[in-house]
Each structure stands twice: as C-alpha cells, then as structure tokens.
Write a protein that binds this ligand. Structure first.
Ligand SMILES: *[C@@H]1O[C@H](CO)[C@@H](O)[C@H](O)[C@H]1NC(C)=O
Ligand SMILES: *[C@@H]1O[C@H](CO)[C@@H](O)[C@H](O)[C@H]1NC(C)=O
Ligand SMILES: *[C@@H]1O[C@H](CO)[C@@H](O)[C@H](O)[C@H]1NC(C)=O
Ligand SMILES: *[C@@H]1O[C@H](CO)[C@@H](O)[C@H](O)[C@H]1NC(C)=O
Ligand SMILES: *[C@@H]1O[C@H](CO)[C@@H](O)[C@H](O)[C@H]1NC(C)=O
Ligand SMILES: *[C@@H]1O[C@H](CO)[C@@H](O)[C@H](O)[C@H]1NC(C)=O
Ligand SMILES: *[C@@H]1O[C@H](CO)[C@@H](O)[C@H](O)[C@H]1NC(C)=O
Ligand SMILES: *[C@@H]1O[C@H](CO)[C@@H](O)[C@H](O)[C@H]1NC(C)=O
Ligand SMILES: *[C@@H]1O[C@H](CO)[C@@H](O)[C@H](O)[C@H]1NC(C)=O
Length: 395
C-alpha cells in the first residue's frame, strides 16, 4: 500500500490537530469539552435533557420538490428544501430529541451517491462525532437519495462501530406530492436513532414503517414508497405510533467485518476509495469487459453472476485479470440466495452479500491492504466454516 502525503496530513489532523485550519478551529474551540462544541454543532430544541441526534444532510428526494404539481413523483428536482426546513416541518421531533444539522450536499458536481470522497468525508465526520471519547451525541441520521442510500448505509455500517445507531432516511416522493412519505420516514429515523433499543445493531434504515439492517437492505422497487427490503434476515422491526418496535434483541450479521476508518483512510486513494466496478453477467458474457475495467484503472471488480455465482464465459480473461492484480468478487444477479464458495477459489464468492454491498466491502478490503487471498477469506470465511469447506491458500 502506498502512503500518500495527503493521507498523512488528514490522519495527523484527526489525532493531533496540526493542519492550519484545524489549528484555527481548535483555537476558537480550545476549551471544548464535548464533541458537539469541538465540531461546532448547534443543537435545535430547548430541552437539554433529551437525546442528541446528529442530522447529516445530503439532500435526496426527501428534500426535492416539483414544479409540475402535486401528482408528480418522477420529474421533480426543480425545488429543494434544507435539512432545517425538514425539521421545521416536523416540530414534534423537538419534543423528543435535540437535533443539529451538518450539511454534506454537493453544489452542482453530482449527487452524494456518485461521490466516494464526499461520502467517506461524511463517514469520518460521523465516526468522530459519535465515537470519539468526548462524544455527547446519542445517534445520527443521514438523509440520502434512495438510489444509493444502501451504499452509504453499508459503508457506515462497516466503519462507524461504537454501538451507536446511524440511520439512513429518505423518501420516494417529493415534498410537493399530495402524499409525501419523507416527513414520516424522517420522524421514524430520528426516533430510531434516539432510541437506546437501537444500539449494537449496526447501521439501520427506516423506511415505510420498516426497520431494516444496513447490512442486508436493498432497494427492490424503483418507484413504490415501500421500496426497501432485506435480501436476507428480514425486517428488524416496525414502527407503531412512529415509535420503533424491535422483534429481537440486538445482533449483528455473522458475515460483517468491521474495518478501521483510520486504516482505510491511510490508502493512496484518500479521501476517496479504490475504484471497483460492477459487471452484470448474462449469456455471451464477454470476459474482455473484466480486462477493460483493469485498463480503465479499477483495482477490483464485482460480477453479478448467474444463479449461484456462475460466469457464463471469459475464464481466460478472468485469469489474466487476476494475474494483473485485479481483485474479483462474484455475487449473484438473483435478488435472494447466495453465491457460494468454490472448492478451490481463485477469486472470492460474495456469499449472501448483495453485489452492491460486495462492491463496497471490496473497496474497503483493498483500502485496508488486503490481497486477493485475504479478500477470499473475508468474503468466504464464515460460509466455509458453516459448510465444512475450509480453505487455505496454496492447498
Ligand atoms: C479557556 O480556559 C482558560 C483556562 O480555564 C481560560 O483562561 C480562557 O479564558 C478560556 N478561553 C475561552 C475562549 O473561553
Ligand atoms: C425535558 O425532557 C425531559 C425528558 O423527556 C422531561 O422529563 C421534561 O419534562 C422536559 N422539560 C421540558 C421543559 O419540557
Ligand atoms: C410538543 O410540545 C409542545 C410544547 O412545547 C406541546 O404543546 C405539544 O403538545 C407537544 N406535542 C406533542 C405531539 O407531544
Ligand atoms: C445547511 O445548508 C443550508 C442551505 O444552504 C443552510 O441554510 C443552513 O444554514 C446550513 N446549515 C448548517 C448547520 O450549516
Ligand atoms: C465542480 O468541480 C470542478 C472540478 O473539480 C470545479 O472546477 C467546479 O468549480 C465545481 N463546481 C461546483 C459548482 O462546485
Ligand atoms: C474530503 O475531505 C478532504 C480533507 O479535508 C478535502 O480535501 C476534500 O476536498 C473533501 N472532499 C469532498 C468531496 O468533500
Ligand atoms: C498508515 O501507513 C503507515 C505506513 O505504511 C503505517 O506506518 C501506519 O501504521 C498506518 N496507519 C494506520 C492507522 O493504518
Ligand atoms: C466464450 O468462450 C469461448 C472459449 O472458452 C470463446 O471462444 C468465445 O469467444 C467466448 N465468447 C464470448 C462472448 O466471450
Ligand atoms: C494466494 O496464495 C497462493 C498460495 O499460497 C499464492 O500462490 C498466490 O500467489 C496468492 N495470491 C495472491 C494474490 O497473493
């Protein structure tokens, strides 16, 4: 792994605070005793004994409006509202929580979902705010466009791991719609992040009165407000009277690996992540596509394989790509079920992990300095143990 000077500066800034802007900020907040003071968060709501929920605002449909009237739920985006306005639409929230907004919007350079650097910066900020020893914050909600909400939720799940809830919030309809779903989803998300019951369950998504695990969640419907479901594991709970009701005591996926945020930020791609593409397999799959991703600068590729992780063609090109250092993970294009381990692997099968999540885990694996063999262990280890099919490189 190459060690980038930019990454040195940022890591030192996190731990020892020596960059000019951090020095300046620390001078202004030199007597800060809490993360809130140190990060300059301003809490809304008058009752200081209520839980503090940080609102990471990235926009998304939840802040989008339409000039085409109250029926439009596809052509919106001409109007927008701020995180503060979403809170003011939901005044009941401040009877239950204190809220502080932190903006993570992009002005004209693509949405949050298209920008790894921005999402990683937000994740580092969330980790600092929630997990530092001086943290006085109970949980966080991030608003997000629903198209890539599961990507950011999964990234947070693997990187923000001090037991405090991080909840993804979004909407399928704009606020100008006659049946905007964003207010209820936002309220539910905040109540979920504020609840002590939500601790030690990993990152969560609150959508259409469902409580979902970020590890398993995917967008299964492109327009319906009931868009988010789990590929495995089912719902964790439900909202009744807009309060979270869990079905089981806290648990985490056995397949989850927690990465160190400092370690993944120590990679040459800082502040972003290594380039990993997704290819979708079908009859006449062209193995040259795998080589093309390498030529185009990818460090890894996830292939949505057929059935239980099959690839119809291209084995010679896949071998050539592996030899060139490209890391490959093969999942399934089926919405449910695994891509299970091969007897003698040369690349990783994704197990029950959805290809969208598999891409992010591969990015983090590469950023952590793992090679193909370690990545195989990362994706397949638990599965192999469960089915009595252990594997050691070289055997
Ligand atoms: C910080 O604390 C020191 C020592 O208690 C005090 O002298 C100083 O005035 C404080 N500075 C600010 C900005 O409050
Ligand atoms: C503040 O919140 C606490 C905890 O819910 C509650 O007991 C108290 O009555 C609230 N105070 C005010 C002034 O609303
Ligand atoms: C919220 O608090 C206000 C007073 O601050 C009170 O009038 C109102 O009834 C409360 N609403 C709910 C839904 O608890
Ligand atoms: C967030 O951005 C909005 C829109 O620019 C702005 O009105 C608001 O004050 C910002 N909030 C914070 C906490 O910076
Ligand atoms: C978008 O990014 C480009 C290049 O990084 C920059 O020059 C431009 O100012 C950015 N535009 C906005 C609106 O931020
Ligand atoms: C991410 O944070 C780094 C370090 O503060 C900064 O240089 C970079 O511009 C940020 N990138 C985005 C997209 O916010
Ligand atoms: C970052 O990389 C340097 C050089 O490889 C290493 O010494 C250091 O321990 C790494 N830090 C973390 C947090 O991984
Ligand atoms: C499929 O693989 C065979 C050899 O294994 C090759 O001749 C053929 O061109 C491949 N087809 C495609 C579409 O890659
Ligand atoms: C994986 O392990 C095998 C057996 O030890 C070795 O031949 C191969 O080079 C390793 N691959 C990588 C990418 O390190």
């Amino acid at each position: 792994m190459r060690f980038h000077s930019f990454a040195i500066a940022a890591l030192v800034a996190i731990s020892e605070a020596t960059t000019p802007d951090v020095l300046h900020r620390n001078k202004a907040r030199q007597n800060a005793t809490t993360a809130s003071e140190r990060l300059g968060l301003e809490w809304l709501g008058g009752n200081s004994s209520l839980p503090k929920v940080l609102i990471l605002f990235t926009g998304g449909t939840i802040s989008g409006g339409s000039i085409y009237g109250a029926l439009d739920d596809t052509q919106y985006g001409q109007l927008s509202i701020t995180g503060e306005t979403i809170i003011s639409r939901n005044p009941y929230l401040l009877n239950h929580t204190q809220l502080a907004v932190s903006n993570w919007t992009t002005d004209g350079n693509g949405s949050t979902g298209t920008n790894d650097a921005l999402v990683m910066n937000m994740t580092r900020f969330a980790h600092d705010a929630l997990c530092s020893p001086d943290s006085d914050i109970d949980g966080a909600v991030f608003t997000h466009g629903t198209n890539s909400l599961e990507e950011t939720a999964f990234l947070m799940d693997l990187l923000v791991n001090c037991g405090k809830p991080v909840v993804g919030a979004g909407a399928m309809r704009p606020w100008t719609h006659l049946s905007f779903d964003g207010d209820a989803n936002f309220f539910d998300s905040v109540m979920l992040a504020a609840s002590p019951e939500s601790r030690n369950r990993g990152a969560l998504v609150a959508f259409n009165a469902r409580i979902l695990s970020a590890f398993w969640v995917t967008k299964l419907h492109s327009t319906n407000p009931d868009a988010f479901w789990s590929t495995a594991g089912g719902d964790l709970g439900i909202f009744i009277n807009s309060l979270p009701v869990f079905f089981n005591s806290p648990s985490q996926s056995l397949w989850k690996h927690e990465f160190s945020i400092a370690h993944v930020s120590n990679h040459s791609t800082y502040p972003a992540l290594p380039k990993v593409d997704i290819l979708y397999a079908a009859r006449e799959f062209d193995g040259k596509l795998v080589l093309d991703t390498r030529a185009n600068g990818a460090d890894g590729v996830v292939i949505a394989g057929t059935g239980n992780g099959g690839i119809p063609n291209g084995s010679a090109q896949i071998k050539e790509a592996l030899d060139s250092g490209l890391q490959i993970v093969v999942g399934t294009r089926s919405p449910y079920g695994p891509s299970s381990p091969s007897v003698k692997p040369s690349y990783a099968k994704s197990g029950f992990l959805h290809v969208i999540q598999a891409r992010i885990m591969l990015q983090l694996a590469i950023a952590s300095g793992m090679g193909m063999n370690e990545t195989i262990g990362l994706f397949e280890g638990r599965f192999r143990t469960a089915i009595g099919q252990e594997w050691t490189p070289g055997r």
